[in-house]
Design a binder for this molecule. Structure first.
Ligand code: OSB
Ligand code: MG
Length: 371
């Protein structure tokens, strides 16, 4: 395949409900969409990706503006006009650019969509997926009150979601978990701290042990591995890393150091589908279960996530939920929905297999660039 043209769209969509983590509250989501135009064996074809960096550098050091800069100044010249036999070659072709995994992933994932469309196969089949439905969970942000939290959980369980993840931070942690367990009993429950604690909080975090959580996600700093290993020895709840895992190599180090028992895979964080497959395989070889994280993606990024989550070692429910929890309307039609058993169907049409509503993309677009 050859990519001839790259279109960038800086988009903003209002969130259906605000989303609050330990680093703040958002009412809308700003992201960059990437559209590749190219040809495969002479036939014109397009591919879409979504760079999941946010407007601010709080979850990750990348932002929508760094993504824009890195793609236009450095990634596009390495991609446009080059021949790739397979999209697995795209990530290695960007190796001289250090970091900027979200920018790389946005383009790389679009290349996978383009390739899958060009050979007429659903993306999941090209990635090595083995399931036709994926297990779905929800990530529920910090709320204004415990009552509001209970109300939200009630609604998501009624919709069929297989597990609940709640965001925690100092002051909204043990009591929140205790109340959820008291009200909802033995539901699948996990927590995400987004790096809000330090090793000094180990005794506090050990107070979560009796609640039988599936995991605690990223309790310590975003660039830490070794403190997590110390923490894991002091608590029973399995530690799961999110922010800390930027590369397959860091994952290997974290596994060797017993810094985590579970890993969250977000393709944006590791540089795209190829790096995610390698991370998935590394974890499988070490019997580390993985699950698919979420970044409040629009339907375009969400569709990519669904295909990736169809790989066999994604054995825990992902943060991949129905479109209507995030955006109404979503950029795709029909939107992504879940069945009453808490699963989402993997699209079967070629590529990401969803219809992108161009008018809605245009309406959400703040700035556009063709490379
Ligand atoms: O830490 O998993 C996270 C959203 C934005 C940034 C970081 C995270 C999240 C989520 C949302 O938890 C998951 C979703 O898309 O539903
Ligand atoms: Mg997380």
């Amino acid at each position: 395949m050859i990519v001839e043209k790259i279109d960038l769209f800086l988009c903003r969509l209002p969130l259906v409900h605000f989303f609050e983590t330990s680093f703040g509250r958002s009412y809308d989501r700003t992201f960059v969409l990437i559209r590749l135009e190219g040809a495969h064996d002479g036939t014109p074809v397009e591919g879409w990706g979504e760079a999941v960096a946010e407007a601010n550098p709080y979850y990750s050091s990348e932002t929508t503006e760094t993504v824009w800069h890195i793609i236009s100044a450095f990634i596009a010249p390495l991609i446009i006009g080059k021949r790739f036999d397979h999209p697995r070659e795209v990530f290695p072709a960007l190796k001289r650019i250090r970091g900027h995994n979200m920018a790389k992933a946005g383009v790389e994932m679009a290349a996978w969509d383009l390739f899958a469309k060009s050979i007429g196969k659903p993306l999941s089949k090209v990635l090595g997926g083995t399931r036709d439905r994926i297990a779905s969970g929800v990530s529920i942000g910090i709320q204004d009150s415990f009552d509001q939290l209970m109300e939200k959980i009630d609604k998501e369980l009624a919709a069929g979601y297989q597990r609940i993840k709640i965001k925690i931070k100092p002051g909204w942690d043990i009591e929140a978990v205790e109340r959820v367990r008291a009200k909802f009993g033995k539901i699948g429950l996990q927590v995400d701290a987004n790096a809000a604690y330090t090793l000094d909080d180990a005794d506090l975090l050990a107070k979560l042990d009796p609640y039988d959580l599936l995991l605690i996600e990223q309790p310590l700093d975003y660039d830490d591995v070794m403190d997590h290993a110390v923490l894991q020895k002091r608590i029973k709840t399995p530690v799961c890393l999110d922010e800390s895992i930027h590369t397959v190599r860091i994952a290997r180090d974290a596994i060797d150091a017993n810094a985590c028992r579970i890993i969250n895979i977000k393709p944006g964080r590791v540089g795209g589908h190829q790096a995610s497959i390698e991370l998935h395989d590394l974890c499988a070889a070490h019997r580390i279960p993985v699950w698919h994280g979420g970044m409040l993606e629009s339907g375009i990024g969400r569709a990519h996530n669904i295909h990736l989550a169809s790989l066999p070692n994604f054995t825990l429910p992902g943060d991949i939920a129905a479109s209507k929890r995030y955006y109404q309307p979503d950029l795709i039609d029909p939107p992504i929905d879940i069945a009453s058993d808490g699963t989402i169907a993997v699209p079967t049409e070629p590529g990401i297999g969803v219809n992108i509503v161009k008018d809605r993309v245009d309406k959400a677009t703040l700035r556009r660039l063709t490379l």
